[in-house]
Design a binder for this molecule. Structure first.
Ligand code: T1G
Length: 689
């Protein structure tokens, strides 16, 4: 099998009368300029040699093309651009077969769609995740996908960016054949089968599925997804591009696609979401540890505490196939905890996101026990008990005496000092914080809290485990609240003071929701529980929160908190709460006044940026983009704004400083400027560019 040509990452081999075109462009065969040039050269070679009767396009390494090369974005385009490449493939006069393994994503799926046929291995995945980058498939994907897979599937895939499996792809007509075993061999055999079939099946010319589309599908789809797409620009433009595929022939529709793509590509949201794509991956890199640090082996996990957090944490490991020994103090607490875990799994299964076998498999590797010593051979133990330092120190002291050497001892504490906890053991180098966010089996964020003595391999192990349990992990330093909750504090302090000064819970929440947050500070308090951290003494009323808790207004779970709730938990402003606020303001002699939305932004969002700058200057986060990853994944910061620090750069740090200066007097001693923020603003620098 002689190598006929090599154009950069693309090589071609002759197999009989089939030309096999191979891309070898690690790590994910991104469709960079050299790959695009090589693909066009390969098609020209096929056209120019009448001995070649068919073409197979395949990739070496982990995956078929995973999309355009995102690192090229924002740089001057290098020809040929992808639309030209895909049209060259489709216009080849000989059948082109795409041989797919791994993840055919974005431009990769567009290359496959432009090919006349597609064969795939059973575990191949397909998707058009451009919407996650604030874009749309810009190389004919919005025009070919509806023609091949149908309009509804195209709408789902382009606006969610979610991957689908090979079977689903085959059932919708996206894949012609699923092949077991040697993919290249099967693809060549398939090419031999179809080599003389004419006319060639061109996706861009298929009209049956777009003509069959129900005209009302677009309005229904928009209505059904309005909440999910709120604030985002890309989903709507994906829908418009698919609408063009229905309304117009390919040659015209693709012009609409190009226009819509450029509108997105040049917009702020795409820049923010592309920044975030790399920010998320950069968070996995741990600074100041030896490059070759190896992870410890973790085959068995122990969890102490079967409450909401302990149960949720356990589920993450069980779902990844890692056995968990869960310890409680009483049989009743243990049974309740494991019962909740099973109920959560069954709820997931009822939504079709898990099979009942998977539920039994997960629950089957859970070992509930009252015996603390059962933890002794665990490789990682995560303490998830009451947020009280003395209790945690006592537990870590017991762990130190009980568990094998080399085990990692982790606390799920959300505020407390990991170094102090570590000091209650003889092995502080094995102690780390693993701060999960509630509900722990759902929220993707994990803060890995690096103690002063935490060993490098403990951090590397934690980071590797995070990926295995599908979490996005960020390394945080030891300070009160680490990264996320620490930035939450100035927001909560100022939001509460604004209530006394004249704002209402619904005004403050509205400002945050309009900004793009899923909910505002008071809606969040009602959801999480107004009573979290309350001293539980109804006679001790020192602030608005005490006053609400004292009359059982603990939030949604009590049907009342900062808001009143109906039986379907729909919130309405509460005159009782308003009266409590006004009484408090009077008692404290606070002069109430009209509060502008802008003041709310400056005192709750700008102060978060200031706190983020302090976290950076104290070395409590490795980089500004890590702070953004925490807030997008931990609190729902709108990813189309990139995260607090990226957003601050977009606003301009001088604007942030000016706003804070306007509010400095009102904020009083609760506020002090970050020196780093002032210096960067002064020098016209940014945090994230
Ligand atoms: N371009 C450049 N680099 C990429 C890349 C891409 N498309 N995808 C991944 N990488 C890098 C990534 O930064 C990391 O680098 C390494 O590869 C491993 O990635 C016209 C315009 C494919 C599922 O959005 O979803 O096509 O940190 O850690 O967990 O319509 O990467 O090692 O230096 O994520 O195994 C559309 C994005 C582009 C796919 C693999 N495609 N990538 O996951 O590895 S836009 C995407 C992924 C487009 C056209 C439009 C995942 C993956 P480093 P990783 P992984």
């Amino acid at each position: 099998m002689a190598t006929i040509t090599e154009t950069g990452p693309i090589t071609t081999h002759r197999h009989g009368d089939v030309l096999v075109v191979t891309s070898n462009n690690p790590p994910v065969n991104a469709l960079g300029a050299a790959v695009r040039q090589g693909l066009v050269a390969a098609i020209e070679e096929a056209e120019g040699d009448e001995a070649i009767k068919a073409v197979v396009i395949r990739c070496e390494g982990q995956t078929f093309f995973a999309g355009a090369d995102i690192t090229e974005f924002g740089k001057p385009p290098v020809m040929p651009w992808l639309p030209t490449v895909v049209d060259t493939i489709e216009n080849c006069t000989k059948p082109v077969v795409a041989a797919i393994h791994g993840t055919a994503l974005g431009g990769g799926l567009e290359v496959a769609l432009a090919s006349h046929y597609r064969v795939a291995v059973p575990d191949a995945k397909f998707g058009v995740p451009e919407v996650k980058l604030g874009l749309l498939p810009g190389a004919g994907g919005t025009q070919r996908l509806p023609r091949v897979a149908g309009v509804e599937q195209a709408l789902q895939m382009t606006t969610s960016g979610a991957m689908i499996g090979a079977k689903q792809a085959h059932d919708m007509g996206l894949v012609d054949r699923i092949v077991e075993g040697e993919l290249q061999q099967h693809a060549v055999a398939f090419a031999e089968e179809v080599r003389d079939i004419r006319p060639l099946p061109k996706s861009s010319e298929r009209q049956d599925k777009v003509e069959a589309a129900d005209p009302g599908v677009f309005a229904e789809f928009r209505k059904a997804n309005a909440r999910k797409f709120r604030g985002f620009e890309a989903p709507e433009k994906n829908i418009q591009a698919v609408e063009a595929a229905v309304a117009k022939p390919y040659a015209e529709g693709v012009i609409d696609e190009r226009r819509l793509f450029m509108e997105l590509m040049t917009g702020a949201q795409a820049r923010a979401q592309q920044y975030f794509f790399f920010a998320e991956r950069k968070a996995a890199k741990i600074e100041n540890i030896p490059e070759d640090t190896q992870p410890r082996s973790v085959k068995k996990v122990g969890v102490i505490g079967a409450g909401t957090m302990g149960g949720g944490i356990s589920m993450n490991f069980l779902s990844a196939g890692i056995p968990v020994t869960i310890v409680e103090m009483t049989q009743e607490a243990l049974d309740r905890g494991t019962g909740v875990m099973r109920k959560n799994y069954e709820a997931t299964a009822s939504k079709g996101r898990m099979t009942s076998e998977q539920v039994e498999k997960a629950m089957g590797i859970l070992s509930p026990t009252l015996d603390f010593d059962a933890l002794k051979d665990c490789d990682l133990i995560i303490e998830a008990v009451f947020e009280q330092m003395e209790i945690k120190k006592e537990i870590f002291g017991r762990l130190d005496k009980t568990v094998k050497k080399g085990a990692i001892l982790a606390s799920n504490t959300s505020y407390l000092n990991i170094d102090e906890i570590a000091a209650s053991t003889s092995r502080p180098e094995d102690v780390v914080g693993l701060h999960f966010f509630s509900p722990a089996n759902v929220m993707k964020l994990l803060e890995i809290v690096r103690g002063a003595k935490t060993a490098p391999d403990v951090l590397v192990t934690a980071m590797g485990l995070a990926k295995k349990i599908k979490k996005v992990a960020v390394v945080a330093g030891v300070c009160h609240g680490f990264i996320g909750n620490r930035m939450l504090m100035p927001r909560q302090v100022e939001a509460t003071k604004l209530l006394l000064e004249g704002a209402t819970p619904e005004q403050i929440d509205r400002v945050h929701v309009e900004f793009g947050m899923p909910m505002g500070p008071f809606q969040m308090a009602d959801l999480a529980g107004v009573d979290i951290g309350w001293h539980r003494d109804p006679n001790r009323i020192e602030n608005i929160r005490d006053a609400l808790c004292a009359i059982d207004r603990w939030g949604q779970k009590k049907g009342a908190g900062f808001y009143d709730y109906d039986e379907r938990r729909r919130p309405t402003p509460s005159p009782v709460v308003q009266q409590i606020i006004e009484d408090f303001a009077k008692k404290q002699g606070v002069e109430r006044r009209e509060i502008s939305d802008q003041e709310i932004v400056e005192r709750t969002l700008y102060t978060m940026v200031n706190e983020g700058a302090k976290i950076l200057e104290e070395g409590m986060a490795q980089r500004a983009s890590d702070i953004d990853v925490v807030w997008v994944y931990g609190y729902g910061w709108p990813v189309y704004r990139g995260g607090p620090m990226f957003w601050a750069d977009t606003e301009g740090l001088d604007t942030i400083v000016e706003g804070l200066k306007r509010q400095e007097e009102r904020m009083g001693s609760d506020f002090s400027f970050s020196k780093l923020l002032l210096d960067k603003a002064e020098r016209g620098e940014k945090f994230t560019r």
